[in-house]
Ligand binder design. Structure first.
Ligand code: F6P
Length: 539
């Protein structure tokens, strides 16, 4: 069954939201809090070790009611069921979308083309477990018999960002192996990594769903050439493994069949860290921790699939985001984790959210006349406070922000943790309340400076407050955003799981590269032609 195909702007609830927006757009959240002392409780979802407070948003119970009606009108429940049933919901690529199966229990029933895929998944998981244990315990060695010290993940996009983010986020749980990531086709990237490596003790994991990606194959070839300067061809089998759906290309690269970790076309690249694409995660933090990451994501899957929409974290966050994007016309959303460990989290989400929902054609193939995917950006607090928070507090743009924090610090430094968390709580309070002219004057500010020191407030935030950063809680958090992406794609009536928008640039780059390699010319606009001439003149 195809996904529902409903223009959200033609629904009754959308029209209600448009009318309702007129009554809300100038309301200050401060007044909403003053009018209802139960507001914070009403707009908080407590689930497992997650405390999600979305009360500091420019919404009322009426807003939420209409947003929930919108979810019903676009048939969100049916769409969720279609996704979990393995229907071909990635219609433009003719594929099911089943990354949830990767984190389900072995007895689950996820079917693709009528065939339960759980046994295949568990076969690969067992292979990941065995391989991880052998490398970590030192039973598997390099070509000179030395144990491995370094892992290099070679991949890009979903074959890099997920594993890189998780390995960095969970470095507290890491073992003795040092993990590197090579992604950019910029040769300076791979060469800087190579500088740190010893060929005898490094394991290379080439990750490419298609095994055709220019960046990944270039980096893999450069690394292979470097490796073969000190090792025999036969040593490749000990040092190179691959994760891919394209077994033929992997073998052609020279990788031993036993060293191939398969994946499937029903796992989208940006949702693939749960598959063998996460091999470098498993190697870095150990298989049990990798399992716990999957376990957390699975718990969020169950919550998303079964919970009533009014208490459903991904659904509520997605609806609020639609409210800002389509009614307040907010262009971007900030993700601010109050954990240095989540340094790469916003970068990771940029691919997930913007590659999925950056679409302007609806599920009928028609141009869309409403806004879709939000621009995602962010950095960890408190660093972000000293960088771009000025604009969020006093700029002209409305930037809804997710504040993500953990009650316990991993290193148990109470002094630092209290300082960090005081900032975490203070910022959303400041963004909510602002500072009035009277308050500024009461501080003894000179009259001429008062306008500059007033904070309007009324800036929306969600607080996603979690007990502790662990593989399991990180799994829940990532899955929460994955489902938010899905919900928004359904509401906007777009296909979230293709990414044709990345193709044109690839095609033109290949054409230009062909010109470089063959000293050929072809037609370009005058700007591009001048730049090419300038570049050639510099060589
Ligand atoms: O950027 C486009 C894209 O296709 C992403 O969706 C994907 O994650 C990335 O390229 C890498 O693709 P592959 O894993 O096939 O090398």
């Amino acid at each position: 069954m195809a996904l529902p195909n409903i223009n959200p702007t033609e629904t009754t609830s959308w029209k209600k939201l448009q009318e309702h927006f007129k009554t809300i757009s100038d309301v200050h959240m401060k007044d909403l809090f003053a009018q209802d002392e139960e507001r914070a409780n009403k707009f908080t979802i407590k689930w497992d070790d997650f405390y999600v407070d979305y009360s500091k948003n420019r919404i009322t119970e009426e807003t939420l009611k209409y947003l929930l009606e919108l979810a019903d009108e676009v048939k969100l429940k049916e769409a969720i069921n279609s996704q979990f049933s393995g229907e071909i919901i990635n219609q433009t690529e003719g594929r099911a979308v089943l990354h949830m199966a990767l984190r389900a229990s072995e007895s689950a029933d996820f079917k693709v083309d009528g065939v339960n895929v759980m046994s295949e998944i568990y076969e690969v998981k067992k292979k990941i477990e065995k391989f991880t244990n052998e490398v970590v315990n030192g039973h598997r060695t390099g070509y000179t018999g030395k144990t491995f010290t370094d892992i290099v993940n070679i991949g890009i996009g979903g074959s890099d960002l997920g594993p890189a983010m998780v390995v960095d986020s969970l470095q507290y749980y890491k073992n003795h192996l040092t993990t590197h990531f090579v992604s950019n086709v910029d040769g300076d990237h791979v060469n800087e990594v190579i500088k740190k490596l010893n060929s005898e003790t490094t394991l290379f994991v080439i990750v490419s769903k298609t095994f055709t990606t220019q960046e990944t194959l270039s980096n893999a070839n450069t690394i292979k050439s470097w490796f073969l300067k000190s090792a025999e061809e036969s040593a490749i089998a000990d040092h190179f493994v691959a994760v891919s759906t394209n077994i033929a290309n992997v073998k052609a690269f020279g990788i031993d069949e036993n060293n191939i970790f398969p994946m499937w076309d029903w796992v989208g690249g940006r949702f693939s860290l749960w598959s063998a694409v996460g091999l470098s995660i498993s190697l870095s933090i150990g298989y049990n921790n990798f399992e716990n990451l999957l376990k957390g994501a699975h718990k969020m899957d169950e919550h998303f699939k079964n919970e009533d929409f009014s208490q459903n974290i991904p659904v509520v966050l997605a609806l609020i985001s639609v409210w800002y994007n389509n009614f307040f016309k907010a262009e971007s959303e900030a993700i601010i984790p109050y954990s240095q460990y989540l340094n790469q989290f916003a970068t990771y989400l940029q691919q997930g959210i913007m590659e999925s929902n950056g679409k302007s054609i609806d599920r009928n193939g028609n141009s869309i006349d409403y806004q879709t995917g939000t621009i995602i950006w962010g950095e960890p607090g408190t660093n972000a406070q000293h960088a771009f928070f000025q604009l969020i507090h006093q700029g002209t743009k409305l930037i809804p922000a997710d504040f993500i924090g953990f009650a316990q610090s991993l290193h148990n430094n109470k002094d630092h943790q209290d300082k960090l968390m005081s900032n975490f709580f203070a910022q959303t309070e400041a963004l909510l309340n602002g500072k009035t002219k009277a308050e500024v004057l009461a501080e003894g500010t000179a009259e001429s400076l008062v306008p500059f020191k007033v904070f309007e407030g009324n800036k929306p935030t969600n607080t996603i407050f979690i007990n502790r950063l662990s593989p399991e809680s990180l799994g829940k958090l990532i899955a929460m955003y994955e489902h938010k992406i899905f919900v928004q794609g359904i509401i906007w009536n777009i296909f979230s799981y293709d990414q044709f928008g990345v193709e044109l640039g690839k095609q033109l780059a290949n054409k230009i590269l062909h010109e470089f390699n063959n000293n050929a010319d072809s037609a370009h606009d005058s700007s591009t032609q001048n730049l090419l001439n300038y570049y050639k003149g510099m060589l």
